[in-house]
Design a protein around this ligand. Sequence first.
Ligand SMILES: [Zn+2]
Length: 68
Amino acid sequence: MPIYEFKCDECGAAFSEIRRIGDDKQVPCQECGSVQTKKLISSFSSLSSGSSPGCASASRCSHGAGGG
Ligand SMILES: [Zn+2]
């Protein structure tokens, strides 16, 4: 099940709660119990696309025997 992050507007506490998909009911704060909470973006979709270390601009990158 996806875990959503919530933040309380009352005390500003942040907490995570397991919610079912489609369940948009108000989640009470775990600190003060206020229902003035906001659902934050879950950290599920965190794609990190880094540049792969390659020899793109390197002139002499061919590691092959033979010489030339
Ligand atoms: Zn609170």
